[in-house]
Design a protein around this ligand. Structure first.
Ligand code: SAH
Length: 367
């Protein structure tokens, strides 16, 4: 099997030296011809990983009901952008739009906007939305969102944005980079020293040799841009991803292929590359850009407080035993906090207009 992306990366490293993980991730995921999203069908049982909206329609239904609720709370602005960043197969938006039929005024005011970098996935999303997406609009970046009050969801979008890593060596902190070993294989190397301490976490001075610290200027910039858009035009963004609420030291850079962890350097463009999202860093960036950001919570707590168990009961009513068992299993997978469940590993954060009516339930308690 030809490995053009690996060859292209190796040639570039040979010519100009090691590349940062950020550059490596961007090449592997987004290369227009050989990148992961351009050529793999990552999602679902036959792909590399399963995401929440692909587990059950309940996920998109609960998110859709939440969006209707906050849109009412914001004073029912019309028109508004009903947006999604990184829509994958389009399942979440399709399930939200079906739920939106419950409120014809909401549906009529919604302009559907999808932020998607991959041409191939845009086609998949268009087909999935069908008539519901007849006047949907696709844009490349958050910056290209229309100047309307915006109600946006992003599921597993931020984890795909590039990260940088720093490693503590005997010679001080250095950027962790991708280089070539003497047999021409890709491997991790420590780049030049002289790292700006502002890039490093508080307390990095006490970290042991070999400690790795991650940061993602790309994710923080995306959160700031989204927050600035919402602070200017109104609305709310809901960000779901796996990650941690407190920053920490550690290497979470990972590759997933065929539902199993793989070596991130082994097959560029053939495995999904992600890392855990630092929600504290996103919240800081979004607040600095002028948004109101309530404390993030776990996905399980959010979905259950938003009525997922009740919705599951309604969906299961009158269905066969095996169908009901499948619905219960989906709720456990989405909300369960034990191993195999996404409920605790996944977090959700709201980025709201500062004058959106409070409390924002379920992030904030009802008065
Ligand atoms: N939300 C979907 C898919 C998550 S995968 C789900 O839950 O199933 C990540 C998605 O983000 C893909 O659609 C990918 O093409 C898109 N994406 C990744 N990086 C992007 C970028 N820099 N700009 C726009 N879209 C991007």
């Amino acid at each position: 099997m030809s490995d053009e992306l690996r060859e292209a990366i190796a040639t570039r490293i040979g010519a100009s030296g090691p590349m940062s993980l950020a550059e490596y991730m961007a090449e592997c995921l987004l290369h227009p011809r050989h990148g992961y999203y351009a050529r793999r069908e990552p999602f679902g049982a036959g792909g590399d990983f399963v995401t929440a909206p692909e587990i059950s329609q309940l996920f998109g239904e609960i998110v859709g009901a939440f969006m209707i609720h906050v849109w009412r709370q914001a004073g029912r602005p019309a028109p508004f952008a009903l947006a999604e960043a990184g829509p994958g197969r389009g399942t979440l938006m399709a399930d939200m739009l079906r739920t939106a039929r419950l409120d014809p005024e909401f549906r009529a005011a919604a302009r559907v906007v999808l932020i998607e970098a991959s041409e191939r996935l845009r086609g998949v999303q268009r087909a999935r939305l069908g008539d519901d997406g007849a006047d949907a609009q696709w844009v490349d970046t958050i910056a290209a969102l229309p100047g309307l009050p915006t109600f946006l969801v992003a599921n597993e979008f931020f984890d795909a944005l590039p990260i940088r890593q720093f490693v503590n060596t005997a010679g001080g902190w250095r950027e962790r980079m991708v280089g070539l070993d003497d047999r021409g294989a890709l491997h991790f190397v420590a780049g030049p020293g002289g790292i700006d301490p502002a890039l490093l976490p508080p307390g990095h001075g006490d970290a042991p040799e070999g400690a790795i610290f991650e940061t993602s200027p790309a994710r923080e910039a995306a959160a700031a841009e989204l927050a600035a858009h919402i602070a200017r035009h109104g609305g709310l963004a809901l960000v779901f991803d796996y990650g941690h609420l407190q920053p920490g030291i550690g290497d979470t850079f990972q590759a997933v292929r065929d539902h199993a962890y793989a070596d991130p350097l082994a097959a560029p463009g053939r495995a999904d590359l992600t890392s855990h999202v630092d929600f504290a860093a996103l919240a800081r960036a979004a607040r600095q850009a002028g948004a109101h950001v309530p404390a993030a919570m776990t996905q399980g707590a959010f979905l259950l407080a938003s009525g997922m168990a009740e919705r599951a009961g309604a969906l299961g009513a009158g269905k066969s035993g095996p169908e009901q068992a499948a619905i219960v299993a989906a709720v456990e997978r989405l909300c369960g906090e034990d191993e195999g469940g996404m409920g605790a590993l996944f977090k959700v954060m709201g980025i709201a207009h500062p004058r959106l009516g409070r409390p924002i339930v379920p992030f904030e308690l009802p008065a």
